[in-house]
Design a protein around this ligand. Structure first.
Ligand SMILES: Cc1ncc(C[n+]2csc(CCOP(=O)(O)OP(=O)(O)O)c2C)c(N)n1
Length: 325
């Protein structure tokens, strides 16, 4: 689909909103308001927003744990209120404030998350099978990281998805690091996308910091999946600006990542580079950029107020969640 001016502005706006919500969540954690831990998604906004923009609301989504998947949900149309309230342990959160990081947004196709890296492969495979059987032309966007690519479950799921021609887009957020370990020390090739050939599915590498490159690659894979063509693998080369999770050391093995290294990564920033591109094209003006930032700041204040004003869940809520009435 050719993106019109308004679509491009929305992509930019959603990346700005995602970044600001990420910053707010970090602040909330530092102030002791976020009850779970947090894996910042700064550097992956283009991948999250750009890929999710290719989805229908009823498509299934396993968002990557960077930003706890919120960039994907914002890209699909959700705002950040239920996300932040969930992290603050409030009853207005996505899962009534009891799940934190591993929340679900079923209305947006996000049926849940699990903490074990590699579990997304068989679970997404099941969603893909369900999508095929129900015949509503839904697709599954199944995200994983470069570290996740080392799990054996990837191969089992890639194989069955290809054999059964399931409508799954496997999307790798390759930020070069798995917690403290660089991917170059655990994988013998340059591109994870090369794994696709072993399963007879298309595999492409894109610049994950370029939202338009992400959009085009994911759109082609989604169209193919929806038309019954089966799964695809997309590897997006991104960057992780912050440590693995807030409060953990930002090290590669045992060596602290330097400020110069992070500054180098930020030169490819998805929000900044897209803004410059849209300014050059005349899609955005400086005034519009200021306005988008202002509105996103106002939304952040409202989002935090909503979470702070919401009550925590009553303990009896567990009865409701665990036992059927
Ligand atoms: C099986 C398993 N091993 C280790 C962990 C701890 N852990 C959580 S995220 C993560 C890093 C995963 O790296 P990657 O898939 O590249 O994603 P990234 O965090 O870099 O975005 C690790 C080691 C886990 N949750 N599950």
């Amino acid at each position: 689909m050719k993106l019109e001016k308004d679509d491009l502005i929305l992509l930019y706006r959603n990346m700005v909103r995602t970044r600001k919500l990420d910053e707010l969540t970090i602040k909330g954690l530092q102030e002791g308001k976020v009850l779970s831990f947090y894996h910042s998604g700064q550097g992956s906004e283009g991948l999250a927003v750009g890929s999710a923009a290719c989805l229908r609301k009823d498509d299934y989504l396993w968002g990557h744990h960077r930003g706890h998947g919120i960039g994907y949900l914002i890209g699909k149309g959700l705002d950040g209120k239920a996300f932040l309230a969930e992290h603050y342990g409030k009853v207005t959160g996505s899962c009534l404030g009891i799940s934190g990081f591993h929340f679900a947004e079923p209305e947006y196709g996000a049926l849940g998350a699990a903490g074990t890296i590699g579990s997304q492969f068989p679970i997404s495979l099941g969603w893909g099978l369900a999508a095929k059987k129900t015949g509503k032309q839904q697709v599954v966007l199944a995200c994983f990281g470069d570290g996740g690519s080392n799990r054996g479950t990837l191969h089992e799921a890639f194989n069955l998805a290809a054999v059964w021609k399931l409508p799954i887009v496997w999307l790798c957020d390759n930020n070069g690091m798995a917690q403290y370990t660089p991917i170059k020390d655990t994988y013998p090739k340059d591109d994870i996308a090369d794994l696709a050939g072993g399963y007879n599915m298309p595999g492409v590498v894109v610049d994950g910091m370029d939202i338009m490159a992400v959009y085009e690659a994911v759109e082609a894979a989604v169209d193919r999946a929806r038309a019954g063509g089966g799964p695809s693998l997309i590897e997006a080369k991104t960057a992780r600006y912050r440590s693995h999770s807030e409060g953990s050391p930002d090290v590669s093995h045992t060596v602290t990542r330097s400020e110069a290294e992070i500054a180098e990564l930020k030169k490819r920033d998805p929000i900044e580079t897209f803004k410059i591109k849209l300014l050059k094209q005349g899609v955005l003006t400086e005034e519009m950029v200021d306005q988008i930032n202002k509105e996103a700041d106002e939304e952040i204040i409202e989002t935090e107020k909503f979470s702070l004003d919401s009550p925590p869940p009553e303990p009896s809520i567990l009865n409701k969640l665990i036992y059927a009435e």
